[in-house]
Write a protein of this length. Structure first.
Ligand SMILES: Nc1ncnc2c1ncn2[C@@H]1O[C@H](COP(=O)(O)OP(=O)(O)OP(=O)(O)O)[C@@H](O)[C@H]1O
Ligand SMILES: [Mg+2]
Length: 237
């Protein structure tokens, strides 16, 4: 079963078309990768899914319901959460305060406390630094906080935009390991948007390649990994 199905999606900024008849499926309880170079339209797709942008045309079905008819503010409680590009934390708020912002869709304080414990179980380091200001954290800690904040709403689908950007490989490995664990243990579905193809193929069972707003390849990660044209485009080898 697909948790998300996108069909013939067209998105424009004014007269400038960025996504062209995009079709994409995300199977439930899997990690699906969307890889693409700078400016390919990855963030535009994610912003359209969360409702920050409106599509020009096309459909999306999320968990059996038409997504684009749902007001953006209802999408978190319907199960959609985003870990945005550049983390987007509130620098002047503490880790704890940032995490609580992710729980706004959950009005029940006891439930929010339970989610917080869950986030700390996945990221013990966050528990230790919970009173520190987000602006003073390392990039890796900020990314943990951004993922934790998204988890606070107990999402069905986690949209992760360039998790690895600007982080040391050892930090990326730890985040990747935790993401795999979260997906396996909680059945949370992940759409992983990345420029790092090795990371994408390691984590995801299947993937899509986006090139200037069009899907140019898709399939199981094992098959995409073997494609010389993709390796050449992303790694120059
Ligand atoms: N607010 C905007 N107004 C006009 N054009 C935009 C806007 N945001 C993005 N674009 C353009 O849309 C295209 C796709 O941008 P997008 O940010 O979706 O790409 P991306 O794949 O996420 O790239 P990156 O890897 O750099 O994050 C680019 O050509 C970009 O210049
Ligand atoms: Mg982007």
């Amino acid at each position: 079963m697909n948790l998300l199905e996108v069909r013939k999606l067209v998105v424009k900024y004014g007269d400038s078309q960025v996504l062209w008849d995009l079709d994409l499926d995300v199977a439930a309880e899997t990690i699906t990768a969307l890889i693409g170079a700078n400016g390919a339209g990855k963030t535009t797709l994610l912003k359209t899914l969360t409702g920050l942008l409106s599509p020009t045309s096309g459909q999306a079905t999320f968990d059996g319901n038409p997504l684009f008819r749902m007001p953006a503010e209802q999408r978190p409680s319907a199960g959609l959460a985003m870990v945005p590009e550049g983390r987007r934390l509130f620098a002047g708020l503490t880790v704890l305060e940032n995490l609580h912002i992710g729980a706004y869709a959950r009005r029940d304080a006891a439930a929010a406390k339970q989610e917080l414990e869950r986030v700390f179980a996945y990221f013990p380091e966050l528990a230790e630094i919970r009173q520190r200001l987000a602006g003073n954290l390392s990039g890796g800690q900020q990314q943990m906080c951004a993922i934790g904040r998204a988890l606070m709403s107990r999402p069905k689908l986690l949209l992760v935009d360039e998790m690895s950007l600007g982080l040391a490989p050892v930090v990326v490995d730890r985040l990747a390991e935790t993401l795999l664990k979260i997906s396996a243990e909680e059945g949370i579905t992940v759409l992983l948007v990345e420029q790092d193809i090795e990371l994408s193929f390691d984590l995801a069972s299947s993937g899509y390649v986006l090139e200037t707003g069009r899907i140019v390849a898709s399939g199981p990660s094992s098959a995409l990994r073997e494609r010389a044209d993709i390796r050449e485009a992303f790694l120059g080898i």
